[in-house]
Design a protein around this ligand. Sequence first.
Ligand SMILES: NC(=O)C1=CN([C@@H]2O[C@H](COP(=O)(O)OP(=O)(O)OC[C@H]3O[C@@H](n4cnc5c(N)ncnc54)[C@H](O)[C@@H]3O)[C@@H](O)[C@H]2O)[C@H](O)CC1
Ligand SMILES: [K+]
Length: 480
Amino acid sequence: MFTPEAMREADQKAAEMGYPSLLLMEWAGMKAARVYKELFGQRPAVVLAGKGNNGGDGLVLARHLLLEGVRVRVYAAPDQAGDALQAKNALLAHGAELYPLEEAAFGEGEVVVDALFGTGLKGPLTGFYAGLVERVNASGLPILALDLPSGLPYSPHVRATATVAFAAFKTPHLLMREACGRLFLAEIGLPKALLEREDLPEVATPEALRPLLPRRPLTAHKGSVGRVGVLGGYRGDGLRYAGAPVLAALGAYRMGAGLVHLAVPEGTPLEPLEAVFHPLPAPALPPMRVEALAVGMGGGPWGVLWAMRALEAGLPTVLDADALHLEVVAAYRRAGAKAVLTPHAGEAGRLLGRSPEEVAKDPLEAARTLARETGLTVVLKGNPTVVAEGERLSLNPTGNPALATGGTGDVLSGAIATLLAAGLPPFEAARLGVYLHGLAGDLLAEEKGVGLLAKEVAEALPRAREALLSGTRGAPWERV
Ligand SMILES: NC(=O)C1=CN([C@@H]2O[C@H](COP(=O)(O)OP(=O)(O)OC[C@H]3O[C@@H](n4cnc5c(N)ncnc54)[C@H](O)[C@@H]3O)[C@@H](O)[C@H]2O)[C@H](O)CC1
Ligand SMILES: [K+]
């Protein structure tokens, strides 16, 4: 995923290589016109073109739509230069109707193409442009945004029906997804070498994750596919969160664990029936033969104690909820343990000494800092969930607001622990677990809308796994 600056660098490098930039613009506008036709057919278009290259893309799109027999009205900013000017001349040669941007008006049944600003925007829109963007949003018409909804990452910005991202996703496509509507990713002919940048955050794709899925040989038995120990719960609150470790156990089984051991306070309901139970008077590490642990779900003040006991096992461990405290993280770091932290913004803020709002404002930076400071793998839950380890950052594209309900995080911890138990390294277990958990939520939300139960998310994990494996469910965007 590119920052706008990194994208500009790639454009510049292409130009230095002698690659004609007009070709990029032609592909961009042509691909966007293709998306327009797919979504809106012959509906008349109103194209708003800014003076930079984003505007140029819009002028190319207008020409292609005209060629397809679509009625097009273009409102363009003055003073185009370079490629955008060439795009304008080519459009005029086709006898297009071009009007000053100040006169922009929209009519019923039309579709607005937003080609005002892309990656070249510096600072929030004000004055005329802010007003124009507000008018576009208020028009009630469908909006196709080219590259980025204009105004992003600031406000005001266009709230698009669909967005065609050129060459690669940029930060706002993932971090401000709501403004983008349906996402399309258009290849525009940039040499591949310029797009492969390991120093930039990745957006997890099904193609990258599919090979990581643990495959089960015919000879598999419950002791060979990964066993998980879950340590959680607390008596002192009257077992108020007794369900949390149970949900983690369900997440583990549904992700494919061969056996789940459940260490919980005495008096906890013995669920799920498939688990091996260790009811305990105080946090301890009961004898259990497992390959990974999930620790801290519903543990209250026992959370830290559970985590310290778990450290003695020397196993890959997921630290969640009440295990997420500085002393725990420091001890794991000192021991050089393999651990995945799964905080939400509040818990990450507690570890970083920041407010949840500060963490949510820049989740990429927060996840990276936490990973660097702890030396552990971090899953910062949110929209999007960010996975960080060392210098590596991965953004997860699956999941939806229906997952914002009690217990889904516990399911995730159990799921990631299972992938650790199956032998995946922490970063891979975290990316794959987060992706499948989000996908399970997406499949369920399509079926049932909001009002999901966490245990249903666990139950949908096998379907998500199957969808990833068989390729029946691709990335949540379309390539054009
Ligand atoms: N490789 C690619 O992805 C390609 C992308 N293309 C498109 O080019 C734009 C980026 O074009 P650029 O000319 O650099 O910038 P913009 O068109 O986004 O806008 C620049 C324009 O806006 C003025 N400006 C900046 N900030 C403000 C502000 N706050 N208020 C008002 N005006 C502002 C600035 O002075 C410029 O005049 C990219 O998004 C793609 O759509 C290429 O077409 C192909 C290669
Ligand atoms: K735009």
